[in-house]
Design a protein around this ligand. Sequence first.
Ligand SMILES: CC(C)(COP(=O)(O)OP(=O)(O)OC[C@H]1O[C@@H](n2cnc3c(N)ncnc32)[C@H](O)[C@@H]1OP(=O)(O)O)[C@@H](O)C(=O)NCCC(=O)NCCS
Length: 214
Amino acid sequence: MSTLLLVGGGGHAKVVLDIAHAAGFSVVGFLDPDPAAPPIGEVRRLGDDATAAALRAQGLTLAFVALGDNRLRRKIGERLRAEGFRLATLVHPSAVVSPSASIGEGTVIMPLAVVNAAARIGEYVIVNTGAIVEHDCVLGDGVHVAPRSALGGCCTLGEEVFFGLGACARPLSRIGAGAIVGAGAVVVGEIMANIVVVGAPARPLPGVDSEAVL
Ligand SMILES: CC(C)(COP(=O)(O)OP(=O)(O)OC[C@H]1O[C@@H](n2cnc3c(N)ncnc32)[C@H](O)[C@@H]1OP(=O)(O)O)[C@@H](O)C(=O)NCCC(=O)NCCS
């Protein structure tokens, strides 16, 4: 059984912990900046980010960053790699992943999600509960596709796109890096980088940029 260190002690980490256990990992503990962070089930806080180096020196080699913030997840993951950690790829046993799909390190595929043929999922991606990523989609590093969202075939999502709850994208849609697609939106073509869109069809939310929302 592989032993895993989690980074993050919030709600997202709770779900990731369940997935890690279901996928057969043993979780040694989690890191969180808050000294008062309560245990998650039987799993306790071991310290903050600075503790990672000490754990690496003790022989721990495998970690997973369980943070919902797309940018922070990547940043901390890169720091862990620089310290010598490998990052796990977590796939819940109830998810359906095509043998021809590829999934990067540091990525989690949550319960009941579907990743179909020839999809390419980058590193540090969250394919959340029940999300559907159809054939030939390409998801850049740090993307989050939220619960029950759906991407039609051949969609491309740039780095760190946030694709909201229940949103969907027509096949062949392209969404630029850093864009935020609001809950329930319907993307029907091209979305520029770093903007926030909502509605059906998805249109920019006036006066709001993605940096302000994150
Ligand atoms: C789109 C979004 C990012 C905008 O956040 P925000 O800038 O804080 O937006 P606000 O709540 O201030 O709302 C601004 C306006 O947009 C509207 N709006 C917000 N989200 C909307 C959505 N998803 N669809 C349609 N309209 C939306 C609000 O009704 C409000 O309209 P008003 O000015 O006429 O009152 C956010 O509402 C959203 O949908 N987030 C996705 C959350 C999600 O999926 N989480 C998954 C976690 S796993």
